[in-house]
Write a protein that binds this ligand. Sequence first.
Ligand code: BG6
Ligand code: MG
Length: 220
Amino acid sequence: IFRAVIFDLDGVITDTAHLHYQAWKETAAAIGITIDPTFNARLKGISRMASLALILRHGGKERAFDEAERARLAARKNARYGELLASLDSRAILPGIPALLDALAQHGIAVGLASVSLNAPFILDALGLRARFDYCVDASLLRHSKPDPEIFLTACAGLGVAPEQAIGIEDAQAGIDAINASGMRSVGIGDDLQGAGLLLPDTGALSWRCLQDFWSTPPR
Ligand code: BG6
Ligand code: MG
C-alpha cells in the first residue's frame, strides 16, 4: 500500500482560485490589462511572479515593467488577495477532504502539502487543518516551479518516503506533470487534465477506498 499522500492546496483542499483571479483581475485592470476566466486557467499552480509575467505578456507589456515595478504589482495583488482571504474558515474546505484526511490518519499514511503558494501556512491555519499535515513544503525555498518535480520530491524527502510509495493530488496541469515527473502516482481533480493516473471530476469523489483501488491497479 502507498505510504504517503501529498496534496496541492488551491483547488484540492480549498477553492481559492476565484480569489486569486479576482485579485489579479483588479491588479491587471489597474495597468490596462484585461484577463478573463479562460486566461486565468493558465495561472493555476503557477507561482506569483510567474503568474505576473504571464499577465504582462498577455497584455503585451512585458517590457513596460522593471523588477521593482513587478515586485510592487505582485505585492499589490497579494494585499488584495489577503483581504479576500480574510473571511476564510473551515467552511471553505472542499467536500471529501475532511473524511479522506481522517482515513489517512487512521491508517498511518503520511500526509504532505506541496503548494507553491506563499500564503499556504496562513490558509491551512484559517481552515483549521495545519495539524493534519506531517510536512508542508516551504515554497520560498523552491528553485523550480511546477511542472518541475522539485516540490513533490521535497515533500517526499520531508516525509521520509520514496516517490514510488506516494500519491499526489492536483487540479492543475503543471501539477500533474510535476507529480508524474517525480515518479509518484498522480490523481487529477477536474475534467481537462492530461496524463493523470486517475482522473476524478471533483474532490467529493476522493476517498480512502478509491485511493486503495487506484493503488492496486497497475499504472498504464
Ligand atoms: C497556487 C495557485 O496554489 O499558488 C496559483 O494555484 C498562485 O494561482 C500560486 O499564483 C501562488 O500563490 P501566492 O499565494 O504565493 O501568491
Ligand atoms: Mg491547485
